[in-house]
Design a protein around this ligand. Structure first.
Ligand code: ZN
Length: 286
């Protein structure tokens, strides 16, 4: 991206609230954005095993968004302290990001899917359903992280910006299912672009468009592309929908990446296991 000036990146610390989200392919996909541009720099930080904010977000039942908001002040004190102890154990320095984004599988009781308080954002994916694909859940998460990052650097775009659905990343959408259009569009509208142009990061709209159009993911014919690496991590960006691929998605992915031979081997193993099971039952009954 030649037209993007070198700049100090806005550092974003991402914490995954639920262990189900701790997926190498997802982390790789998000961190791939670091090499594409120099406006945002993402890093994953470990999930603490305590703290009222995380305990709330890990609840199976619906979560009160305002309760989550009320836990943010303590999070901003306790979490860095907890990280500091970890860092001291390894003689590491204590660098802190400019913004925190907590990605969770929580369901907010008001059906909203995000919460911003101070420089902390919480993304709640509990209302995501496979029927919302395409786009994949990975793409949802990527777009929502970029949207929160924009809110972190541009005060004018911090709140809800426009009610009209433009396919813009800053579209106001109350419900997660309504965000599909902005995830699929990878667009930023003229008024939001002007707001970014007037901010401390005037070239950010170009960066955001580039990140969101996802041409950079490449294709499976290039073994070094992001798509190929994701496929090797068992996530096919063009097939997979949820956090983990279904059996059918895995089978097609295997076929595309490893070829027919691997598929025959897989089904051969399944057939052999079936035969062994069948004859095992036969011999057991005689
Ligand atoms: Zn807009």
């Amino acid at each position: 991206m030649e037209n993007i000036k070198k700049t100090t990146p806005h550092r974003v610390g991402i914490v995954l609230a639920n262990e189900e989200l701790d997926i190498p392919a997802l982390k790789f996909f998000i961190l791939s954005m670091n090499a594409l541009q120099d406006q945002f720099e993402y890093e994953f930080l470990p999930t603490p095993d305590h703290g009222e904010l995380f305990e709330e977000l890990q609840k199976i039942e619906d979560v009160d968004r305002e309760a989550v908001r009320s836990y943010v002040p303590n999070f901003l004190v306790d979490f860095p302290k907890w990280l500091e102890k970890l860092e001291d154990g390894y003689n590491l320095p204590h660098p802190r990001p400019d913004q925190w984004i907590i990605v969770s599988e929580a369901c907010f009781s008001d059906n909203f899917y995000n919460m911003r308080e101070n420089h902390v954002s919480v993304i709640a994916l509990g209302n995501w359903q496979r029927s919302m694909a395409p786009p994949s859940l990975f793409e949802f998460i990527q777009t929502l992280i970029v949207r929160e990052s924009i809110a972190g650097v541009c005060p004018a775009l911090r709140g809800s910006v426009h009610l009209g659905t433009r396919g813009c990343i800053c579209d106001f959408t109350a419900y997660l299912e309504d965000t599909r259009l902005k995830v699929l569009s990878g667009f930023i509208c003229h008024s939001c672009e002007q707001a970014l142009a007037a901010s401390s990061r005037p070239t950010l709209a170009t960066t955001v468009r580039y990140i969101l159009n996802k041409k950079w993911v490449g294709n499976l014919s290039d073994p070094t592309s992001t798509t190929s690496v994701l496929a090797k991590l068992r996530y096919n960006l063009f097939l997979s929908t949820g956090l983990k691929p279904t059996f059918l998605e895995s089978t097609i992915n295997l076929l595309q990446t490893e070829g027919v031979k691997a598929l025959v081997t897989l089904f051969g193993a399944v057939a052999l296991a079936g035969l062994l099971f069948f004859f095992g039952l036969k011999s057991g009954g005689s």
